[in-house]
Design a protein around this ligand. Structure first.
Ligand SMILES: Cc1cc2nc3c(=O)[nH]c(=O)nc-3n(C[C@H](O)[C@H](O)[C@H](O)COP(=O)(O)OP(=O)(O)OC[C@H]3O[C@@H](n4cnc5c(N)ncnc54)[C@H](O)[C@@H]3O)c2cc1C
Length: 388
């Protein structure tokens, strides 16, 4: 009489044989198309932020719900935070944050408010209602100022509401064009902002931590912010090809915050109003009009508007386009890179965001069909070939 163990092992080896035959005939029927097989990533990979396996978003052009464009206020030598005295009227500038203004907001605005530390607390005017205007206004209120925001557009119509929302102060300056003094200011602002966002984490302000995978076919140069401030990112690792499902050679993982601008801006606008703040809709056409507001302390947070208002020759637009698909709650990671041009996928609570583009010195505000096409194709190539 055969023992149970032997029966089990015999039937399991029969199952194995059937599996092998089925697998080999599948290979034969595929002929030379070996590349269509997508082997699983082989090494057990423990995701730091999720117990779920990777799931691929389904990317098709017919699912597009909207396409938007925004002009990043870019300065190759970096953003401007400084006090300018115009015969007794103090203008404190806080503009030019390029592709990292959402990340830097609280920190850069803290630097701006510090510039007013020698001025008697009184009434302040903030010009602009994007993320810089609103965070500056909130910090001023915390310091006891009575604040009025003068703005052409409310925040939902600002560039800030277009921002993708990855916490990564990137695309802010060019390393060889920025001074050491600026770089110190940038790092200080990044650290303050990172801390401030962590204090607001949660659905209420639209902020959460999420795994972020940088994808590329060749080893990327470490970005300045990752090189200089690694402590602001957790779970940082370079993954070997057998440790991840992405169809690229090099993958770097970090865990960072994802900020949903529409939620965040709405929430801090409400905080501003609840703390006694006032809005005045006004478009300024030149510097003298700005100086004619009744407040003597004025914070200039007009983003790209500063080019005309304060004749900043260096300030230039960097046009960015985003494509949105309906939400997929199963997607719990984001990706950056892996395409022909700027490429990213951020899963928001109400939509999937696909990026992007970075067209310096382009003032046009229309979505471009060929950019949409490219964004879809780049993301589709990644997620249709996920090795899962
Ligand atoms: C496609 C895209 C993706 C991005 N992704 C990210 C990201 O992932 N992470 C990140 O950190 N950053 C990102 N950014 C960058 C970020 O959105 C910007 O750096 C930031 O929003 C700039 O904020 P701001 O308040 O200075 O300017 P804005 O949001 O442009 O606000 C300027 C305000 O000034 C007002 N104003 C301007 N001119 C005048 C005038 N003459 N009179 C009166 N009011 C005036 C406007 O009405 C507006 O209210 C992205 C940007 C884009 C376009």
């Amino acid at each position: 009489m055969k023992d149970i163990g032997a029966i089990k092992s015999q039937s399991s080896s029969r199952r194995q044989l059937i599996k092998t035959i089925a697998y080999s005939s599948a290979l034969v029927s595929l002929g030379g198309c070996g590349s269509v097989l997508k082997p699983k990533y082989t090494k057990r990979y423990t995701r730091p932020h999720s117990r779920k396996p990777f799931i691929a978003p389904r990317i098709t052009k017919d699912k597009i719900v909207r396409v938007i464009v925004g002009l990043r206020p870019y300065r190759p030598s970096g953003f401007v935070v400084k006090l300018q005295d115009f015969n007794g009227k103090n203008v404190i500038h806080n503009y030019g944050h390029g592709g990292g203004g959402i990340s830097l907001s609280w920190g850069s605005s803290a630097l701006a408010v510090q510039q007013a530390s020698r001025i008697t607390v009184d009434k302040a005017a903030v010009i602009g209602s994007g993320i810089m205007g609103l965070t500056t206004a909130r910090l001023l209120q915390d310091a006891g100022w009575d604040v009025t925001i003068y703005t052409r557009d409310m925040s939902r119509h600002s560039v800030s509401n277009v921002g993708a929302g990855q916490w990564a102060p990137t695309g802010v300056f060019e390393e060889d064009k920025a001074t050491d003094e600026f770089k110190e200011q940038y790092k200080y602002a990044s650290r303050i902002a990172h801390h401030a966002y962590q204090n607001l984490i949660g659905a209420d302000y639209g902020i959460r931590f999420i795994e972020n995978y940088y994808l590329g076919d060749k080893q990327r140069d470490e970005s300045y912010y990752l090189r200089e401030m690694p402590e602001l990112f957790t779970s940082v690792a370079d993954l070997n090809p057998d440790e991840h499902p992405f169809p690229v050679q090099y993958v770097k993982r970090t865990v960072t915050m994802l900020i949903e601008p529409a939620k965040f801006l709405k929430r801090i606008r409400n905080d501003f109003l609840l703390s006694g703040g006032k809005f005045k809709i006004k478009t300024f056409t030149n510097q003298n009009e700005v100086l004619s507001v009744k407040e003597n302390t004025i914070f200039n947070c007009t983003g790209l508007g500063s080019k005309a208002l304060f004749e900043d020759e260096e300030l230039t637009p960097a046009k960015g386009q985003l494509v949105f698909l309906p939400p997929d709650p199963a997607i719990d990671y984001m990706t950056v890179g892996g395409g022909q041009d700027v490429t990213y996928m951020f899963p928001r609570s109400g939509e999937i965001l696909l990026g992007g583009s970075h067209q310096v010195d382009d003032w046009s505000r229309n979505p471009e069909p060929e950019v949409t096409e490219r964004i879809i194709e780049d993301n589709k190539r990644i997620f249709d070939n996920l090795r899962i």
